[in-house]
Write a protein that binds this ligand. Structure first.
Ligand code: NAP
Length: 296
């Protein structure tokens, strides 16, 4: 594996940067010299994280408000981003949440789907003009979506994306990582030249996600904790996809441990990926004005 190059001057947007894999990714990118923008639903937590990253790396870090569970907040963040920063070299979609019981967001969506997938879907499409701008002037801009092996455990039911017919925390989390993987496959097909998109299985990572598990799973997670990866090790493949020259031209792939991994066949079904894209676009409608850099 070629050593990761310096990213001095690169501007990287990292969601979920306050915790877990997103924090590991933000820190790693900052160590490589990148400047960071951290969309954060809690500005105080975001600033606290930014200060910790600045202290360890000397990097320039901006924090901007963005609640991925509210489409209006995602739109506001994206519009502000395009006005202020104009370009983005890397977008890491790592934010996520799990809920023991079915919750609805202000937009009326099941919360796991909204925060882990629909918000990032809208964010990514909305930041496309900034990514396309970076891609034109230098190395391809890169989108890295944190998915996971749980995608193998579910099939997407487009008639019940909101899990009205039967909610479970594991099912909701698995559906969200499957949707992120299928989104990555379809996104890669639609992206203009100069921008790539890949998905990651980070491994089992010690993170804030475990806080919301019901107690039997929490006990299992506590027992497994010593064997789980820390945030920086959990972000290794994210960093690889964001920075390595080895994958500069690779798009639409799924990676674990810095190597390609074959996803479940149902995650690659072109018709299902297309239908998910269309359903997601309809659910997040209003993004269209910002997304003319994308086909469809
Ligand atoms: N951990 C694992 O073993 C594992 C395995 C496979 C896949 N994954 C995937 O990896 C992703 C990251 O998980 P993690 O383990 O790093 O979790 P984590 O430590 O709990 O971090 C989640 C991040 O998402 C942010 N977030 C939550 N709700 C948000 C919202 N409404 N708007 C904006 N940001 C929000 C959190 O911000 P706050 O600080 O504001 O809460 C936090 O920064 C998830 O999508 C998960 O599905 C994780």
């Amino acid at each position: 594996m070629t050593p990761l190059p310096r990213l001095d001057g690169a501007l990287c947007v990292v969601t979920g940067g306050t915790s877990g894999i997103g924090y590991g990714a933000a820190l790693g990118l900052a160590r490589l010299g990148a400047e960071l923008v951290l969309p954060s639903r809690d500005l105080e937590r975001g600033e606290h994280t930014a200060a910790a990253i600045r202290k360890q790396t000397g990097a320039t870090v901006w924090v901007r408000g963005c609640d991925l569970g509210a489409l209006s907040s995602v739109r506001e963040f994206a519009e502000g981003y395009l006005r202020t920063f104009r370009r983005a070299d890397v977008l890491v979609n790592s934010a996520g949440a799990l809920f023991p019981t079915r919750q609805l967001t202000p937009d009326g969506f099941e919360a796991t789907l909204a925060i882990d997938y629909l918000g990032p879907f809208l964010l990514t499409r909305s930041l496309l003009p900034a990514l396309a701008r970076a891609g034109r002037v230098g190395a391809p801009a890169r989108i890295v979506n944190v998915s996971g092996e749980y995608h193998r455990r579910v099939r997407l039911d487009l008639d019940d994306l909101q899990l009205e017919r039967g909610y479970g925390l594991v099912r909701a989390g698995a559906q969200a990582v499957l949707a992120k993987l299928m989104f990555t496959v379809e996104l890669a097909r639609r992206l203009p030249p100069g921008v790539t998109a890949n998905a990651v299985h980070p491994g089992a990572v010690r993170s804030g996600l475990l806080r919301n598990l019901p107690w039997p799973l929490r006990i299992a997670a506590a027992l497994a904790r010593p064997f789980m990866l820390g945030p920086e090790a959990g972000a290794e493949t994210v960093l690889y996809l964001a920075a390595s020259p080895d994958v500069a031209e690779v798009s639409g792939g799924y990676f674990a441990r810095c190597a390609p991994l074959e996803p479940a066949a149902h995650a690659l079904d072109p018709e299902a990926c297309r239908r998910l894209w269309e359903a997601s676009a309809a659910l997040t409608e209003g993004a269209r004005g910002l997304t003319n850099a994308l086909r469809g």
